[in-house]
Design a protein around this ligand. Structure first.
Ligand code: ADP
Ligand code: MG
Length: 258
């Protein structure tokens, strides 16, 4: 069986700046990939290229065995198969939760209302928000809105889900409820590409960690290997930044030092 997603020698430019360089990345069906790397290294651009929000410039990108970097690619269709959730949830403020979730299935996919409604209700139940189906987005917390955004995407029956820093704008107490939904999807076998700054979550959810730097993939490894024994100096530096809290001197020590 061929891979679900395959980037090969994939390049992307913004003007004269090359932001993705010779990307080779293969994702099997059911795999969970966490993409890490410093700000500006190209993580978001990589995800956005996969659902046609950015135009790639050269190389190959195959999805389900089909080459996407061809003029005849129907990106509207691809976007139904490739769900994406961002930092901001973009729910329609004048629509209820249920109306937001059903918009794609009914208007874009032209599905039968009863069938789509049953799926929407099951998904709302799954993320613990059945009681919010008739609420408006402004009546929900950030964490609740983000869970609705995930449900809205799932209700299109995507083959892969892309998550780009979906908890970055949330208050700390709401991060967990959103990450738990993603962990639940991982357990259910959903194929996912996840960009996150939550390192403990990354380690728990990933089948494979991809570390990027300046538009290139520097290393790919199991989370165990990556977090305990990063191969590149850049990955080591990156991980040290995340563990600085643990290595901070105690207050008494700070006094000694000053
Ligand atoms: N629309 C754009 N126009 C020009 N440059 C962009 C655009 N989007 C991103 N970039 C540049 O591309 C590089 C990669 O950005 P991005 O993919 O957002 O990185 P990351 O998500 O890893 O922080 C950065 O140098 C950024 O400034
Ligand atoms: Mg980004």
């Amino acid at each position: 069986m061929s891979a679900l997603i395959e980037f090969k020698g994939f390049n992307k430019f913004f003007g004269s700046q090359q932001v993705l360089k010779e990307i080779d990345l293969t994702v099997e069906s059911g795999e969970v990939i966490v993409i890490l790397g410093p700000s500006g290294c190209g993580k978001s651009t990589l995800l956005r290229c996969l659902n046609g929000l950015e135009v790639a410039h050269s190389g190959s990108l195959r999805f389900n065995g089909r080459e996407l970097l061809e003029p005849k690619t129907d990106w509207r269709q691809v976007r139904q198969d490739v769900g994406m959730v961002f930092q901001s949830y973009h729910l329609f403020p004048h629509m209820t939760v249920l109306e937001n979730v059903l918009l794609g299935p009914l208007k874009v996919q032209k599905r039968k209302r009863n069938e789509a409604l049953a799926q929407a209700e099951a998904l709302l139940e799954r993320v613990g928000l059945s009681d919010k189906r008739d609420a408006f987005p402004r009546q929900l917390s950030g964490g609740q809105q983000q869970r609705i955004a995930i449900v809205r995407s799932l209700c299109m029956n995507p083959q892969v889900m892309l998550f780009d820093e979906v908890t970055a704008a949330l208050d700390p107490e709401m991060v967990k409820e959103v990450l738990e939904v993603i962990l639940d999807l991982a357990r259910g076998g959903m194929t996912m590409l996840i960009v996150t700054h939550e390192m403990a979550f990354a380690r728990a959810v990933a089948d494979r960690v991809v570390f990027m730097e300046a538009g290139s993939i520097l290393e790919q490894n199991t989370p165990e290997s990556f977090f305990t024994n990063p191969q590149s100096a850049r990955a080591q530096q990156f991980l040290e930044k995340f563990s600085y809290v643990e290595t901070m001197p105690k207050k008494s020590k700070i006094k000694e030092l000053s």
